[in-house]
Design a protein around this ligand. Structure first.
Ligand code: KG4
Ligand code: ZN
Length: 339
């Protein structure tokens, strides 16, 4: 079965071709227009998707070495995400499928992240726990069997990636600042500042990252480093790296501790991690070490499948189409779709 997967929920225009479950191409075009505004501007995202969708899909088809008439089904993200951005991909997918007289299926973006670890050769076994950490979500999910998910807990305020991006912005690192913050943290001292860890109640699988973000803000403000202007003091590279490492340690400590607690409580042997923040070097290292220690196999996608991509949408589409699930043309975009 050949499946075309399309993803346009935020600021990545992406398309992928999957043949019998294997990724043959995965084209991702990241919109750089948002950098100058320090965050994703929804209207600009929609316009950029409109410009990019056809060339991105065409390249995915060419790189996979197939002809579009060989495609058996189209999978597309229909939520959650920015409504205008979602509509571009969804409408394109409907028209594409209609033109070729093939089925199309709407895919939940969170489920796409959740199953992104099925792209690899070795697949996780059910039941498993999944930590989804992205710019919009932080969730712990128990996956009992395919498409049988129980949400164990999620963030009550900022998502982990959102906290990374906001702190990076305070430090003048650009947008999205998560990757840059990660890089600096690798050469920093995580004991520089002891930022608070928000565990909430002991057995809670919920998260809160707004407190740590505010702590960083006050640390900078009280010492004259923020707001950044011609009068503010400037951090040298070592201080900046130490601050990044201290912030990162506080976020990663909480993510690792809660995730391993869920693994223990539900006695699963497999753990998967996905979403943009699963690209974080410290989180990957710490979770792999924790898994090793407790005899749990940890699955983390290759970097290109951590952040938003069409391949993970195609994988879920393929799983659904194989089960005979399709969507009809009435399906609309759902901005706040839950997992
Ligand atoms: O999954 P994703 O592409 O989009 C959403 O669905 O939200 O995740 C994007 C998020 C951004 O917040 C970005 O800063 C973060 O993932 N991110 C990272 C790293 N790479 C991407 N955060 C920390 N360390 C990284 N290496
Ligand atoms: Zn995402």
């Amino acid at each position: 079965m050949i499946v075309l997967g399309i993803e346009t929920s935020c600021d990545e225009t992406s398309a992928a071709i999957l043949i019998d479950g294997k990724v043959k191409s995965n084209i991702i075009s990241s919109q750089i227009i948002h950098q100058r505004y320090g965050g994703v501007v929804p209207e600009l995202a929609s316009r950029a998707h409109q410009k990019l969708i056809i060339p991105v899909v065409e390249k995915a088809i060419i790189d996979a070495g197939i002809n579009k008439t060989q495609i058996d089904g189209v999978a597309v993200t229909y939520g959650p995400g920015l409504i205008g951005a979602l509509l571009v991909g969804l409408n394109f997918a409907k028209a594409f499928a209609y033109g070729l007289k093939i089925p199309f299926v709407g895919v939940n973006h969170m489920q796409a992240h959740l199953y992104s670890n099925f792209i690899g050769k070795e697949k996780p076994e059910y039941p498993f726990v999944c930590l989804i950490v992205s710019g919009g979500h932080t969730q712990l999910v128990l996956v009992k069997e395919p498409f049988n998910h129980e949400l164990l807990g999620e963030t009550l305020d900022d998502a982990a990636g959102e906290a990374y991006d906001k702190v990076a912005k305070m430090l003048g690192l650009g947008f999205p600042g998560g990757p840059q913050l990660d890089k600096l943290a690798q050469i920093g001292d995580s004991n520089f500042v002891k930022f608070p860890r928000s565990y909430l109640s002991e057995d809670s699988f919920e998260f809160s990252f707004s407190g740590i973000k505010t702590s960083v803000l006050y640390w900078l403000k009280n010492r004259g480093y923020y707001p950044i202007n011609e009068n503010s003091k400037k951090l040298d590279v070592q201080q900046l790296s130490d601050l990044c490492a201290s912030f990162q340690a506080a976020v990663v400590d909480v993510l690792v501790e809660k995730t391993m607690r869920a693994v223990e409580k539900y006695r699963v042997k497999h753990l998967t991690v996905s979403g943009g923040v699963s690209a974080n070097s410290e989180l990957r290292k710490r979770l792999l070490a924790a898994g090793n220690k407790s005899g749990v196999k940890v699955f983390i996608p290759d970097l290109e499948y951590c952040t938003d991509n069409g391949a993970m949408v195609a994988v879920v589409g393929w799983m659904l189409l194989e089960r005979g699930v399709t969507s009809n043309y009435e399906i609309g975009a759902v901005a706040n779709l839950s997992i």
